[in-house]
Design a protein around this ligand. Sequence first.
Ligand SMILES: C[S@@+](CC[C@H](N)C(=O)[O-])C[C@H]1O[C@@H](n2cnc3c(N)ncnc32)[C@H](O)[C@@H]1O
Length: 259
Amino acid sequence: VTVSDSGRAKALIAASYERSASDFAQFADTLVYRHLAAPLAARLEGTAGTILDVASGTGALARLLERPVASDISHGQLVHNPVELRVVADAEGLPFRARTFAAAVCAFGINHFPDARAAVSEMARVGSVVGLTTWVRPEAPYAPKEIVLDLVARHAGRSRTDAGDLVDELTKATGSVVAIETLLEGAGLSAEVREIAVEVPWPGSAQFVDYRMSTTGVTSMLDDHDAVRREAIAAVDALPHAELAWSPRLVVGIGSPIA
Ligand SMILES: C[S@@+](CC[C@H](N)C(=O)[O-])C[C@H]1O[C@@H](n2cnc3c(N)ncnc32)[C@H](O)[C@@H]1O
């Protein structure tokens, strides 16, 4: 499946998030995404009115917003999302009338849509302001991540699923200030986009390994999951302290109606 086969790519990505929903809630959201979502939430402070959170997942961003409505293509993800109003919806075709929301926002969702232009124009249709954040690509090498992925690859034969490869490709395509500016301007908005670094506090070796192993999507292929986990924890524990610091670079963009 390639990104150009948009329907199948979307279904494969949605199915993988459906499967990983409880791991995502337990590890990725709590340990990582709540820190990554904070800069976009800060840019939205003071927005008067309801905010639609697109690809809201388990709600790392939504929990930081004042009046959110959550939407996501995966029902399983939304089950873990604490927002009261939750709607299963594909970002590329939002089931809302024009100008329903004060803003439509999306944290780490834009790197999952085969047609990101369609998703942003939908967001601009239903919300006055559009807010987006995603990873900057390429990323700096990070030793704890490489240790875990190498070990998983050695034991499972691979460290990524097909859905993971698609998401990597879409993350590259959207992972720059220029890419996000182009999407917002393409939807007829005036764009203010910045690159920033966010510090993700070190969660401890066991927690980090659990987070990283769960996001590979291939751990069910491991016969010796517990042994690989223990080996990964020991290897991460042996790293010098300085190599644990993680400050990923993110793009944060706001699109506003042209005055
Ligand atoms: C990294 S998670 C997002 C994290 C989330 N925004 C948060 O703040 O916790 C990516 C999400 O995108 C969702 N997703 C993938 N494709 C989608 C689509 N076409 N439309 C809507 N959501 C989609 C997945 O189900 C998953 O929940």
